[in-house]
Design a protein around this ligand. Structure first.
Ligand SMILES: Cc1cc2nc3c(=O)[nH]c(=O)nc-3n(C[C@H](O)[C@H](O)[C@H](O)COP(=O)(O)O)c2cc1C
Length: 407
């Protein structure tokens, strides 16, 4: 567990399980070294007073949007300064508010400003939990990348039995550790991630490219760092800011990407080939800008180098995860690619599906392995999809030819 000095904002809402949050807070601050800040809703204060939480967090508890010393845009500062926001217990109400963008008190405003670095530890009556409205709200937020610690089954305070009890303290703390630090699945491993489009120049100012933004590759690099990998990101042109802890090499053309790949292949354990390497490149490059006044002529194209096949030929033991973008007969074409290029896994993106592929912040993919396994990662943030791809790849690697790398 490594939560030392992490800035966690603990949001308390009006559920009966709030008494358990006092013990959780004490453990987080006293035993784990967390720097905690507590915010309570009005309803939460009907169940417990702020005093106990002030004592354990050693800081004033915040309860109101417009009072308590210098107010200014405190809600934005609190959202920005926190590594994560844990709502525990999380009522059906705070989930519904967040899912609908409601910001009518201090806690819901902070959560809206913080985006998907919020985790909800759910606790409520089973009928409230199983109400399709609540389930739909939860699903909507999961798809946006929010975290959920699902409630457990058992006896509930309302004398009902069913799913609704707050998860055990140990489970909540493990969840926070995984969220903030990853699972160390790639400890000691060298991971190369390629991302973004390539540009194949016709003349010094014009090029052939594609719609890739690099979001999926950057998410993979970010998640690989969380899993303790030693990550090199080779990226084509993109506006994205690289995640912390990643070594970045920027390239433009497929040829350049291939060169950087082969120079850095040594000792690599994994290659996540998510770059949209442009398939075609102009057969000739004009050193000077082609003038508009020149007679129009055809631009002959050739195929770009096949980076995966050459990488495989020189690096037989590296676990290669390829990415395909296919619409018609996408599954078969992706599997053919997996086999013909001797990859270990391939992730198939179908850009005709809503909320997937280029430019989108979400994705919805199928992944196939060389030994015939198949996984469906349904629509979720690209960060979450990246996390699921990495976890599945590493956990199933022992059954593949490159299996000697298994951690
Ligand atoms: C005794 C009692 C226990 C409650 N327990 C829960 C609970 O466990 N989960 C929940 O979602 N709501 C529970 N509620 C209802 C919430 O307190 C209520 O929906 C409130 O508006 C939530 O406000 P908040 O989300 O701003 O804290 C409880 C209400 C009472 C009176």
């Amino acid at each position: 567990m490594n939560l030392q000095s992490k800035q966690i904002l603990l949001g308390l809402t009006g559920g009966i399980a709030i008494y358990k949050s006092a013990s959780l807070l004490r453990r987080l601050v006293h035993d784990e070294g967390v720097d905690a800040r507590v915010v309570m809703t009005k309803s939460a204060q009907q169940f417990m007073t702020p005093l106990i939480f002030e004592t354990f967090s050693k800081k004033p508890v915040l309860t109101d949007m417009f009072s308590g010393g210098i107010v200014s845009t405190r809600h934005i500062d609190l959202a920005n300064d926190s590594d994560l926001i844990l709502i525990c217990p999380a009522t059906a109400d705070i989930v519904a508010k967040t899912a609908n963008g409601i910001a009518d008190d201090l806690l819901s405003t902070i959560v809206l400003a913080a985006g998907n670095k919020t985790i909800f530890a759910l606790a409520m009556n089973v009928n409230m939990y199983e109400n399709p409205i609540t389930l739909e709200n939860i699903q909507k937020l999961k798809e946006l990348g929010y975290g959920f610690i699902e409630p457990e089954e058992g006896d509930l305070a309302c004398n009902n039995k069913g799913k609704g009890r707050l998860a055990e303290e140990r489970i909540i703390i493990e969840y926070l550790d995984t969220w903030l630090n990853g699972k160390h699945l790639l400890k000691g491993k060298k991971v190369i991630v390629t991302a973004g489009p390539t540009r194949e120049y016709i003349d010094p100012v014009r090029f052939i490219s594609n719609r890739s933004t690099g979001k999926m590759g950057f998410a993979l690099a970010e998640e690989a760092v969380k899993e303790d990998g030693n990550v090199l990101l080779i990226t084509g042109p993109t506006m994205l800011k690289p995640p912390p802890g990643v070594e970045v090499i920027r390239v433009e053309s497929a040829r350049e990407m291939g060169k950087v790949l082969s120079e850095n292949a040594g000792e690599a354990d994994f290659l996540f080939m998510s770059a949209a390497v442009e398939d075609f490149c102009p057969a000739n490059f004009s050193e000077n800008k082609i003038k508009k006044s020149e007679p129009l002529k055809e631009i002959p194209l050739t195929l770009s180098p096949d980076l995966v096949s050459s990488f495989r030929a020189n690096n037989p033991k590296v676990c290669i995860v390829g990415f395909s973008v296919e619409i018609e007969d996408g599954k078969n074409r992706s599997i053919q690619k997996l086999v013909s290029k001797n990859m270990d896994y391939i992730v198939w993106n179908d850009p005709s599906k809503e909320g997937t592929g280029f430019e989108s912040d979400t994705n919805d993919v199928l992944m196939f392995s060389a030994n015939g396994d198949e996984w469906y990662f349904k629509k979720n943030s690209k960060r979450k999809i990246a996390e699921m791809i990495i976890q599945t790849v590493v956990r199933n690697i022992s059954s593949l030819p490159c299996g000697m790398l298994a951690p």
